[in-house]
Design a protein around this ligand. Structure first.
Ligand code: AP5
Ligand code: MG
Length: 214
């Protein structure tokens, strides 16, 4: 099963992708997590990506597309995968399409998690992210058992640098300009499914599973 998670920053793509990856035992591939890991390890890619991410801008397509196209050809992706945060521009979607066509493959579902902008800023300010496995929590909606420590891997939780309210607003603007057009792109391909992302995260999950298994 090959799935793309669509949705605004903070819609819950990462939260749902992790739950789906556990259920279906397929990899969760988040370009945001890959960039953050590179920033933490101070790689060349990380240094370049950080310049854009800290401003709430998208990392250029040429730094992003090859990375994902290589990743989805690895052995653990044979059964399927969940792409979270990629594609997020039309050129990225076209590059993915081209690569998949060459591999004689296709995306099965693009799941759009719908959350209005008004709900987003509150979610972001309460978010905590794991530096180890990328799991996301929320201090109110999804707290960890032990404060500041990841339930999944025991590593430390941090506030993301790009979760400041002014950067979140910029990310939302960028989303509406550059990423929202992908909804129509995947609708035209007949693979788009929409779920309400404003309800409890377990209800969002059940709605997605229903879509995938219907
Ligand atoms: P990325 O890491 O992908 O960030 P994003 O798309 O802005 O999305 P987020 O990770 O902020 O939100 P999410 O939808 O995953 O929500 P989450 O599950 O955490 O990208 C970061 C940056 O990297 C970009 O700005 C860009 O610079 C760069 N980048 C990445 N990919 C790129 C690409 N392809 N091309 C170019 N640049 C790229 O949930 C949010 C919070 O809400 C959490 O606290 C969570 O616990 C809580 N929550 C989740 N669901 C619910 C619910 N149902 N009810 C209540 N709270 C909930
Ligand atoms: Mg995320």
């Amino acid at each position: 099963m090959k799935i793309i998670m669509l949705g605004a920053p903070g819609a819950g793509k990462g939260t749902q992708a992790k739950m789906l990856a556990d259920k279906y035992e397929i990899p969760h591939i988040s370009t945001g997590d890959i960039f953050r890991a590179n920033i933490k390890n101070e790689t060349e890619l990380g240094k370049k990506a950080k310049e854009y991410m800290d401003k709430g801008l998208l990392v250029p397509d040429e730094l992003t597309c090859n990375l994902v196209v290589d990743r989805i050809q690895q052995e653990d992706c044979k059964k399927g995968y969940i792409l979270d945060g990629f594609p997020r521009t039309i050129p990225q979607a076209e590059a993915l399409d081209k690569a998949l066509t060459e591999l004689n493959d296709k995306i099965d579902y693009a799941i759009n998690v719908e959350v209005p902008d008004e709900n987003i800023v509150g979610r972001m300010s309460g978010r905590r992210a794991c530096v180890g496995c990328g799991a996301t929590y929320h201090i109110v909606y999804n707290p960890t058992k032990e404060e500041g420590i990841c339930d999944r891997c025991g590593k430390e939780l941090i506030l993301r640098d790009d979760d400041k309210p002014e950067t979140v607003q910029k990310r939302l603007n960028v989303y509406h300009e550059q990423t929202q057009p992908l909804i129509d792109f995947y609708k035209n391909k007949g693979v788009l499914k929409e779920v309400d992302g404003t309800v409890d995260m377990n209800d969002v999950f059940n709605a997605i599973v229903k879509v995938l298994e219907s």
